[in-house]
Design a protein around this ligand. Structure first.
Ligand code: ZN
Length: 281
């Protein structure tokens, strides 16, 4: 048993050491007293970073800067409530998606919140949407969405289920929140306002705090919202393609993995941000 857990622990440890060596600012945790965190670790994932600006080519407002700023504000708000906070990145560096999920999965009693902003080629596309994948993530998604979308003047695009990498590969309640469209002039102006970003962070934190206590009242309506969206488009596209070939589940999974490797030069998340945009029409 000991050998087994060592075998699992070592790759994670070496991964983390390598990661920490490459970026001394990342994966820092902080803790303070006097709040309601009660031992929960919140892994905050600022989308994109480094050469990956996020969004679409030619986009004026850089997504990676906005996500990092909101993530840092969220960290401060949660740390003040006695949550243990871990950042997958705390500076302008590129962190592979696999490293982000490995960091998250190395903590027990954790929840994962990925912060993004949306983009679309159509300037009119607007609104806030929140994604989850596993069932256990829905209360957290509903609570976060309730406070973020409820506190913003933007359109409410709802809680949606989709198999984004960071949602599928994290073994804890995991949510990805798209805090508005940076390609929409109005929402881009909001995002560039520090007090608005603070409000976004406080909305996410309010959702984190209330995910258990009032989750049932959100999920009564929000489950319905999520269920009314056709599930097929929100499941990983490569997985859907594989199952069409009527192979066994195991070989289908293998081919998914192979496909993932082939396309791994482009971060899945980057495509996700674009793919999730401008879909209402
Ligand atoms: Zn993004």
């Amino acid at each position: 048993m000991r050998g087994n857990s060592l075998r699992i622990a070592l790759p994670i440890a070496s991964l983390l050491i390598a990661f920490l060596a490459s970026n001394s600012n990342a994966a820092k945790s902080s803790r303070s007293s006097g709040g309601d965190g009660s031992g929960t670790t919140v892994v905050i994932d600022a989308g994109h970073g480094g050469y990956d600006r996020g969004g679409i080519p030619g986009q004026r407002v850089s997504e990676k800067d906005m996500t990092l700023d909101v993530a840092r504000r969220l960290k401060s708000v949660l740390a003040a409530s006695d949550y243990r906070v871990v950042m997958t990145r705390d500076s302008d560096v590129f962190v592979p998606l696999g490293t982000r999920t490995a960091i998250a999965n190395s903590y027990r009693n954790a929840i994962f919140v990925s912060v993004h902003f949306n983009s679309a080629t159509r300037r009119g596309a607007s609104g806030i949407e929140t994604y989850f994948y596993s069932r256990e993530s829905l209360p957290l998604a509903s609570a976060i969405h309730h406070y973020v979308a409820g506190g913003a003047p933007s359109e409410n695009r709802g809680v949606r289920r989709r198999g984004y990498f960071v949602l599928r590969r994290t073994n804890m309640p995991a949510v990805l929140v798209e805090c508005g469209f940076l390609t929409n002039p109005t929402e881009a102006a909001y995002a560039q306002n520090a007090s608005y970003r603070q409000k976004l962070a406080e909305g996410i934190a309010a959702g984190v705090r209330s995910r258990n206590s009032v989750a049932s009242s959100f999920s009564t309506t929000r489950v319905a919202t999520a269920e009314t969206i056709p599930m097929q488009p929100y499941i990983d596209q490569t997985r859907v393609t594989s199952s069409k070939k009527s192979r066994s589940k195991r070989s289908a999974k293998k081919s998914t993995r192979r496909k993932k490797k082939k396309t791994s030069s482009k971060p899945a998340e980057m495509e996700a941000c674009v793919a999730s945009s401008d879909r209402e029409g």
